[in-house]
Design a protein around this ligand. Structure first.
Ligand code: 6R9
Length: 659
């Protein structure tokens, strides 16, 4: 790795936890000690302490057939019982589980007792529809309490859910239903997004329309929640209204025990090829690590905290840190249906104020978009209840980290930058609040019980100060158990590169600094090679965002005859600095010089395009692949997973107009 990425590593600011926070912290340094002493014993202890086992396990990890692991395989549990009934039995039935806020201002509060009843009813309904152990149920819902109810009802009867994000098209839904062979789809008429009802049921109808290609339809029933109130078409015999069948079902439902390795869910994630991968997670190990990390990384005090993870349940973050982790731990959490700026740009902060949110877990892309609008919006609200902030999904630039800390966290709340993936199931790298001294921009250290290394192409651990590839060197409880229906792809994608060492290859570039702290440098396909120097997109983006006028930046490597690759940047300007747009040539020149000063001349972008939006997936990840197409003058590839498909044509016209 060249010295060019030193820019990021020169970050010398450190923030020790306050004595007060540390004294009351849930996590302690002892966790590392006991995990290091014996990893398997450590996880066995966590599994026993955090979960209820109908049949206690004897076996912990079985790694005799790598990369196919089992955890706690002879134990039995019920995941929904762990998230619901046991809290009621412990006397906490009146505790609020969900504080739901609809985008249109509707509100619902659901206690643990009520949630248990509702999940039990839906479990009966699903059983009456013929769903049993291992059957697949697709869930295609907005962020309403029923989304969580549906997931838990499927889990309760030992079936497997496949949640499909409500923003995905009928085609994407069709592909996911087919791949998993789902028997039931749970959906809604529609939900509120950006101030209006966005319909969902028509996409289900379209997905299930007769394709005339002889493929056998697996879906027998569609269960429909009324939320949007929009008109929907109805197929008698197939479609059922939730409000007709659920309230009529009994709230008494016995949660049966299932083996710990019973599949809990499939979640599709995009890979390097077109076909999405159905990542498979199982029950006991997954729930153990989701609950452990949720408790320790978010310093959870279930009696007093109000936790809010802004992710949709359509993503892994919503699975592990909205549904499973928080509910297993008996937390009280906010669920918000809509977009951050509906009906006004302060909506999130209004919600924090209203519910006295203590813990906020969100993505850098959201933070940067709030930076872009300006601090005067959050400053209108009382955010003093916030005591801990989390980040996930992308590297968080030091500038965004500092803004998050000072504007949202009043310079007091610790920030945990959590690295993990759909495949890892739960958080793998993060500071422990109250224990770790935090550093802006670095995810820092593996959580207790997880073994991470940064290695070179030969699989050798790099020295502190050097960069390489991020690997997980030991199996972990919430690891993916495979790709649905494709064991070969599972082995090839994650385990072949470091087969000799038996390491899991995450696909991310990383570097350890002199303290041994880990810095994520983006996907390895986002690493550029300019005149033989390795440059990371994350590093140049950080430099650009550190400029006072920049709100957000995306950098790609475009092929270049002279230098192999050249740096091409796409930059959004802050509302408060719109004046600089009067002279874009001067602005571009200024930004190039700035990057040169920040990192070195080699990192100066060949081209800088000033744009109003960046292309992002619906989970907020910048789609650099598309920007690379533009930068290299190619036709832009598949844009169907973009949140806003218009963005690319706007950018394209900007770029061609310039040339
Ligand atoms: C949880 C989630 C996984 C990819 C991962 C990495 C990036 C996630 C990050 C991060 C830097 C962090 N990523 N968290 N990069 N710092 N704190 O996002 O899962 O959607 O599967 O994405 O996201 O590149 O490989 P998923």
């Amino acid at each position: 790795m060249s010295t060019q990425i030193d820019h990021l590593m020169n970050e010398s600011r450190k923030f020790a936890p306050s004595a007060e926070f540390a004294a009351a912290a849930v996590a302690s340094a002892d966790l590392y000690e006991s995990a290091n002493a014996n990893r398997d014993d450590f996880w066995a202890t966590q599994a026993r302490e955090l979960l209820h086992w109908h049949t206690p396990f004897e076996q912990v990890l079985d790694w005799s057939n790598p990369p196919f692991a089992t955890w706690f395989a002879d134990g039995e549990l019920n995941v929904a019982y762990n998230c619901l009934d046991r809290h009621v039995e412990a006397g906490n039935g009146d505790r609020t589980a969900l504080l739901w806020e609809g985008e249109n201002g509707d509100e619902r509060q659901v206690t643990y007792a009520e949630l248990t009843d509702e999940v039990s009813r839906v479990a009966h309904v699903l059983e009456d529809l013929g769903i049993s152990v291992n059957d697949r149920v697709a869930i295609y819902l907005p962020m309403i309490p029923e989304a969580i109810v549906a997931m838990l009802a499927v889990a309760r009867i030992g079936a497997v859910h496949s949640v499909v994000f409500g923003g995905f098209s009928a085609d994407s839904l069709r592909a996911r239903i087919d791949d998993a062979g789902a028997k039931v789809v749970i959906t809604a008429d529609g939900g509120y997004r950006k101030g209006k009802v966005s319909a969902l049921k028509p996409a289900v109808d379209m997905a299930l329309a007769d394709r005339g290609n002889g493929v056998q339809e697996t879906v027998e029933n569609v269960l429909v929640v009324r939320r949007g109130g929009n008109e929907v078409e109805w197929q008698e015999g197939r479609d059922l209204w939730w409000h007709d069948v659920v309230p009529a079902a009994s709230a008494a439902h016995t949660a049966k025990a299932f083996p710990a390795e019973n599949p809990l869910f499939i979640l599709y994630t995009s890979g390097t090829t077109g076909k999405p991968k159905g990542i498979v997670h199982t029950s006991g190990g997954y729930l153990t690590q989701a609950a452990f990390t949720h408790r320790n990384v978010f310093d959870l005090k279930p009696e007093s905290d109000v936790y809010w993870c802004t992710a949709d349940v359509g993503w892994i973050t919503g699975h592990s840190y909205v549904t499973y982790g928080p509910l297993a731990n008996g937390a009280t959490q906010v669920i918000y249906e809509g977009t951050p700026d509906s009906p006004h740009p302060g909506r999130w902060w209004e919600i924090v104020e209203k519910y006295r949110v203590t813990t906020l877990y969100t993505a850098p892309t959201a933070i940067r978009s709030f930076m872009k609008i300006g601090r005067h919006i959050p400053q209108k609200f009382d955010l003093s209840s916030l005591r801990l902030l989390g980040s996930v999904g992308e590297p968080i630039n030091p500038e965004a980290w500092m803004w998050y800390r000072s504007v949202i966290g009043a310079d007091l709340a610790p920030i945990v930058d959590t690295w993990w993936q759909t495949e890892t199931g739960a958080i793998m790298i993060s500071a422990l609040p109250g224990v770790t001294e935090t550093k802006p921009g670095s995810a820092q250290v593996a959580v207790p019980g997880v073994a991470i290394e940064v290695v070179n192409e030969a699989g050798e651990t790099v020295a502190n100060g050097d960069g390489g590839l991020l690997v997980v060197t030991e199996p972990w409880p919430s690891m993916l158990r495979g790709i649905w229906g494709d064991p070969d792809r599972f082995v090839e994608t994650y385990w072949e590169k470091f087969a000799a060492q038996g390491y899991y290859f995450a696909g991310d570039g990383a570097r350890r600094d002199e303290d041994g702290d880990i810095w994520l440098l983006g996907r390895v396909d986002d690493v550029m090679n300019v005149s033989g120097h390795r440059l990371s997109t994350a590093e140049i983006e950080s430099a650009l965002v550190a400029h006072e006028a920049t709100a957000e930046a995306a950098v790609v490597g475009a092929s270049d005859e002279a230098t192999g690759q050249a740096v091409v940047a796409f930059v959004c300007i802050k509302e408060s600095h719109k004046d600089v747009l009067k002279d874009t040539d001067a602005l571009v020149k200024n930004l190039r010089t700035w990057v040169g000063e920040q990192i070195g001349p080699i990192a100066r972008p060949r081209d800088i395009y000033i744009v109003t939006e960046l292309p992002k997936t619906r989970s907020g990840k910048i789609m650099r692949r598309l920007l690379r197409d533009v930068a290299e003058g190619r036709e832009v590839g598949d844009t169907t997973t973009l949140a806003d498909t218009m963005v690319m044509s706007t950018i394209q016209s900007k770029v061609t107009g310039k040339k």
